[in-house]
Design a protein around this ligand. Structure first.
Ligand code: SF4
Length: 231
């Protein structure tokens, strides 16, 4: 075995140990495919939606009305990723359309962008019963499809909304209070976590911190990507 292959196997072992520590003991084949560059250049969001189909890969399918796939600009510079659908989203099949969604729209507009210019998705695509937190097996089953959406859209920067989004994307157990407002890297894409709009509705005094985080996103886009929203 040559040195390069040995390094790949060593990296893979480290990653699998990390997943084991998170309580994840198996990976669906589709997750392994999500990171393959050859696929990312070939597939479209429509392909990803078709592959998802009438998904029953986790128990959340039992209580949902609609799969909330995500919506927005397929070439977005900025992608915003929340936790999961609530009541309104489940009924309408669209992400962030309830009260928290109206607040998210204002947050997006605060940096002179519109919902149509960005792409909005969630960590899980089906509403958990009574809006409970998503569970590890549900995140594990849904995550490959979010990764494929990211791989197709190729945003320059992702705003992770809330604890579950930030922890899942950044593969960490750290709290959102510690993560928010800082710039991280996800396979070459910048990630800035901030508070979830639903949390802001309950804690309006935190709006200032979200405003600061959004200003950082706007500054990063201004400094690094002046053209993509115009395409
Ligand atoms: S949450 Fe994701 S994995 Fe689970 S049933 Fe819905 S689409 Fe499938």
């Amino acid at each position: 075995m040559d040195r390069e292959n040995q390094e790949i196997i060593s990296d893979l072992k480290t990653y699998l140990e990390y997943l084991k520590g998170m309580g994840i003991v198996s990976l669906p084949a589709s997750e392994m495919k999500a990171d393959e560059p050859s696929q990312s250049t070939m597939i479209t969001l429509e392909d990803v939606r078709k592959e998802l189909g009438d998904c029953k890969r986790c128990k959340l399918h039992r209580g949902r009305k609609t799969i909330v796939f995500g919506e927005g600009n397929e070439k977005a510079t900025l992608m915003l990723i929340g936790e999961g659908p609530g009541y309104d989203e489940d009924v309408q099949g669209r992400p962030f359309v309830g009260k928290a969604g109206q607040l998210l729209t204002k947050i997006i507009q605060s940096i002179n962008l519109s919902r149509e210019e960005v792409y909005i998705a969630n960590i899980i695509k089906c509403r958990p019963p009574q809006n409970r937190n998503p569970q590890p097996d549900e995140i594990q089953n849904c995550h490959p499809f979010l990764m494929k959406q990211i791989s197709v859209i190729q945003p320059k920067i992702i705003c992770a909304l809330g604890t579950f989004s930030a922890q899942t994307l950044l593969k960490t157990g750290a709290k959102i209070t510690a993560l928010r407002g800082k710039l991280y890297d996800l396979e070459g894409i910048k990630v800035i976590p901030t508070y979830h709009p639903a949390f802001l509705l309950r804690n309006p005094e935190k709006k200032r911190e979200v405003w600061e985080d959004m200003k950082k996103i706007a500054e990063w886009i201004n400094n690094n990507d002046k053209t993509k929203e115009m395409e």
